[in-house]
Design a protein around this ligand. Sequence first.
Ligand SMILES: [Zn+2]
Ligand SMILES: [Zn+2]
Length: 232
Amino acid sequence: MLDWLYPNTCELCGELSGATICPACLAGLERVPRPICLYCGAPTYGLETGTDRCRCCRVFPRVYDFARAALMRTPVTTELVHAFKYARASHLCVALAPLLANVWEQTPELREHGDWVLVPVPVERGRLMRRGYNQAEELARALGKLRGLRMLQLLQRVGTEYTSQTRLSARERQLNARQAYRLIPGITEAPPHLLLVDDVYTTGATARACAAALRRLSGVQKIGVLTLLRAE
Ligand SMILES: [Zn+2]
Ligand SMILES: [Zn+2]
């Protein structure tokens, strides 16, 4: 039934491939170039030497321990995320999860612990009802299967769609995000190593807001952030 609805053509080039994204298209997606800021994961293009933090991260308070992403946000990868927001999300997430697993191999902070628990960034309830899924959760589930990791829902998104982030300035996003993510009522403790999973890291406002909420849980030692895409 599913094969009939979704014949195995590549989401990007449309060629028959037997895979949601064909190997050539997968290889062609733009990875986050090294070196990166060791805090937020932004590519530094070798311009900022002698420090492990980018200029931005010297301004923002340190809330999470590190953020990493698999791909740069480009027109092609944006189209991909758009497709999994509105179409066959779980297929795409399974196809893209190996890219997140690759980040694992390149990140000593992740390899350091074997007990990371994946925490998807929640979406607002109305959107969840309409779409039927949360793309961050689909990504976390696919990655969890690949690496044998547990997923836990700890956060909730509050507010209405009027607080959708897209049309806001960076400063507005920061304020808005801080009010938009809360711990699920009744949750007071969590495992020591939490890894927030989301589709896109834009200004970092969402990651910082979620991490700030998670910091209030007892037992938490490290909070990492892993996203599929990274904006410049
Ligand atoms: Zn293709
Ligand atoms: Zn940085």
